[in-house]
Design a protein around this ligand. Structure first.
Ligand SMILES: [Fe+2]
Length: 507
């Protein structure tokens, strides 16, 4: 566990906060930090929420092109005070406490606050050595039997060099309950073309290098605004570690012991920058991110990890069909089966990084096809059987990864043209990452008729609204991802009626 010493107290600001005695490490300096990476909240449950920030020290090298080891390591542990209140001025205090941010975890702060009121908006902030963070806003999930409408945004793939985050600025102004991020929060590699801004040169392999990459991404004001406005739920895909990696190696990093050390560094950096609970630390050799979140009787949301436990990428489609291959790993699969059997909300949503639907014939590079579910066909069949056996009322899959938008019907089996519908699926386009053209998508659509909709060359995010009688998904795009002042519009709207796994396209 990180050295969290959390003291909480209830009541309108009457709590006295005990001051921790922190003895600085030898040679360490106590300096006022900056909260220049913003604040965030996440993992909303009816009575708890996670608050996040990370302290940055002014002497940290400012050169964005350097991987010079961060001097951050020289700073002593800092006592950070957090405040949760009912108002944006943080005067009507609900809880207040302190925690310790240490160099071991990049001076990141993760506080899990419990005993909260369901479906309630709260405001929060941090202070340390006289410096104060911006104020964030968050919201707890509704209580178990609440029939409240749920509205959220989902997004993926935000290459820093390939565009600006106007999509996040637009998202931050919406009225939504939470944001779901489906992976590729950072990219480890640089941009070959269309670069509008630069991150550090080189590809990170060490903890400090991954920290530097997150720090660059998190310096973006629009991304910070979206984090400060809503709680986030996050999963990862491959670029949080390295392109197309599977559990123990990657096409560009085949030395397993070396790769696992690198993966551990990448997982730790991910933890240090995400609003996830402190109990995930300190062992980053493996990091369990699959989880279940409930939003009243409206939504069971399952977050899935399709990278950490998956089989290697197949050499061809014949190998992809081998029965022992796995996408989730056997433990997560067992967990998922159990969770699906317990799901009771009106809508069950499965959040995983990419397109589940078949997309073969007439599309793209085999390498990209094999990295997705088409390269894990038996694992996909097991998942579809699991969904079928659970006999749930409404199942919707959400994914990202493809840098283009898709809406699809998932049948009971892909082998029979007239198979009955099992679920629906939406893949969100990238926030900024370059993607395929509409011509490439048109080939995929004509070869795979269950892909009901595909849009290439558009970038942004998606909104989902769940009510008793329908699920509405809206695809939102920016006018130009290279323009920081881009305008934003909903370009496609889809409706799924309760009890019918069919998509109506209305725009
Ligand atoms: Fe991506």
């Amino acid at each position: 566990m990180p050295s969290i010493n959390r003291r909480t107290a209830l009541g309108g600001g009457l709590a006295s906060v005990a001051v921790l005695k922190l003895s600085p490490a030898k040679g360490a300096r106590q300096v006022q930090p900056e909260f220049s990476l913003g604040v965030a909240s996440g993992c909303p449950r009816p009575e708890s929420i996670v608050l996040w920030t990370r302290l940055v020290f002014p002497e940290t090298p400012a050169d964005p092109f350097s991987f010079t080891p961060l001097e951050q390591q020289e700073y002593a542990p800092c006592e950070v005070e957090w405040t949760l209140a009912r108002d944006a001025a943080l005067t009507d205090v609900v809880q207040r406490g302190t925690t310790v941010a240490s160099a071991d975890f990049g001076h990141s702060v993760h506080v899990e606050i419990d005993r909260l009121t369901p479906a309630t908006t709260y405001y929060y902030g941090f202070s340390c050595n006289g410096a104060a963070s911006r104020i964030g806003r968050t919201k707890t999930a509704p209580t178990a039997n609440a029939e409240t409408r749920v509205r959220f945004a989902f997004a993926s793939c935000q290459h820093f060099e390939q565009g600006f985050y106007a999509a996040y600025r637009d998202m931050a102004a919406r009225e939504i309950d939470f944001v779901l991020h489906l992976g590729d929060y950072i990219y480890e590699g640089g941009s070959r073309s269309g670069k509008v801004r630069s991150h550090e040169a080189g590809i990170p392999t060490t903890l400090d290098e991954y920290r530097a990459r997150y720090k660059t991404y998190k310096s973006d004001a629009d991304l910070q605004a979206a984090h400060a406005a809503f709680p986030w739920l996050v999963i990862w895909d491959d670029h949080e570690v390295v392109d197309n990696y599977h559990s123990t190696s990657a096409p560009t990093a085949t030395n397993e012991p070396h790769f696992l050390t690198r993966r551990q560094a990448a997982y730790q950096a991910w933890y240090e920058h995400m609003p996830v609970p402190p109990h995930l630390a300190p062992d980053f050799r493996n990091l369990r991110i699959h989880d279940h979140f409930a939003f009243g009787s409206m939504l069971d949301l399952l977050l899935l990890d399709a990278r950490q436990y998956r089989s290697h990428v197949a050499a061809n489609l014949a190998e992809a069909a081998q029965s022992q291959r796995t996408m989730f790993g056997s433990e997560q699969e067992k967990w998922l089966e159990e969770r699906l059997s317990q799901a009771h909300a009106k809508w069950t949503l499965l959040a995983q990084p990419t397109l589940l639907s078949e997309r073969i014939g007439g599309y793209g590079r085999e390498k990209d096809i094999l990295d997705g579910w088409d390269g894990y066909q038996v694992a996909r069949r097991r998942l579809m059987t699991m969904i079928d056996k659970a006999a749930l009322r409404n199942v919707v899959l959400l994914g990202g990864d493809l840098h283009s938008y898709y809406a699809a019907q998932i049948p009971e089996t892909f082998d029979m043209p007239a198979a009955k519908p099992l679920a629906t699926e939406f893949v969100v386009g990238s926030i900024t990452s370059n993607g395929p053209s509409q011509a490439a998508l048109d080939k995929a659509l004509s070869a795979n008729p269950r892909l009901r909709f595909g849009r290439g060359g558009a970038h942004g995010y998606a909104l989902a609204t769940l009510t008793q009688d329908r699920c509405i998904v809206e695809f939102v795009a920016v006018s130009d991802k290279n323009d920081p002042e881009a305008t934003v519009e909903v370009f496609a709207t889809f409706t799924i009626k309760d009890g019918i796994s069919a998509i109506e396209i209305s725009k």
